[in-house]
Design a protein around this ligand. Structure first.
Ligand code: ADP
Length: 222
């Protein structure tokens, strides 16, 4: 079995998102330090994370004494209090935390976080809302990932009209200006699909393209 590097993780802010991140890491067997300024929240999570402490993350000395400098990955999961989120990120950046992942509440909040050095900014509500919307358009859309402002990747379960046809016949590149990156068949992943590869029932296509072009494809493959 692959041994994962024993990284030190800390999650600040035990709201819904932070709790879910800390709980998932903990279930995966990693040590997690959970921090919140609300004592009740800390008590609620203390049963299932390695360490849980009450602290205000905008207090530089408090973070220093908790040894946050030595953590490999810190997730800042404070959403509503934008000022606290930004101050916390700044302090951790100055500490030199190698991987700083920060939840943003809005696009503007996200821009500020990127500017002050967050390594990754996540928008859980926006991304989940987008995925739900795409899944609503078509239950065949299993996953939707925005790569940039204009480009996305979709994972789409093949509709019946595509079964038995090969990629050349489906002609996705010419019809929708999108590229099929991979074909998933059960647990197998064909990552360099050829024009002659035939689509089978329950296959999943992983397709990259401009978001506007993918939207046309989504409607036709719904
Ligand atoms: P979610 O939408 O994921 O539930 P919230 O923004 O509602 O996120 O929750 C953020 C959590 O962060 C709350 O539990 C709050 O007590 C905590 N929090 C807010 N400010 C600070 C701070 N300065 N230091 C530590 N924890 C904080």
């Amino acid at each position: 079995m692959k041994v994962l590097p024993n990284k030190q993780y800390a999650v600040i802010g035990m709201g819904r998102f932070g709790t879910s991140v800390a709980q998932s890491l903990s279930k995966l067997g990693f040590d997690v330090l959970a921090i919140d300024s609300n004592q009740q929240k800390v008590e609620d999570v203390s049963a299932w994370v390695t360490h849980a402490v009450t602290a205000d993350s905008t207090d530089e000395d408090a973070l220093r004494s908790l040894g946050l400098r030595n953590f490999d990955v810190v997730v800042v999961a404070i959403g509503a209090d934008i000022q606290a989120s930004i101050l916390t990120t700044l302090i951790l950046k100055e500490f030199g935390v190698p991987q700083l992942i920060v939840k943003a509440q809005s696009e503007l909040h996200g821009k500020v976080l990127t500017k002050i050095g967050a390594d990754k900014v996540v928008f859980p509500e926006r991304d989940m809302g987008m995925r739900v919307a795409h899944h609503l358009i078509s239950p065949n859309i299993l996953e939707y990932i925005e790569l940039s402002k204009d480009h996305s990747i979709v994972e789409i379960k093949v509709p019946s009209f595509a079964v038995g046809k090969n990629l050349k016949q489906l002609d996705i590149r010419a019809k929708y200006k999108c590229n099929v990156l991979a074909i998933k068949t059960g647990n197998e992943l064909n990552i360099s699909p050829l024009a002659e590869d035939v689509i089978r029932t329950d296959d999943v296509l992983v397709i990259v393209g401009k978001t506007e072009h993918l939207s046309e494809l989504e409607l036709d493959y719904a």
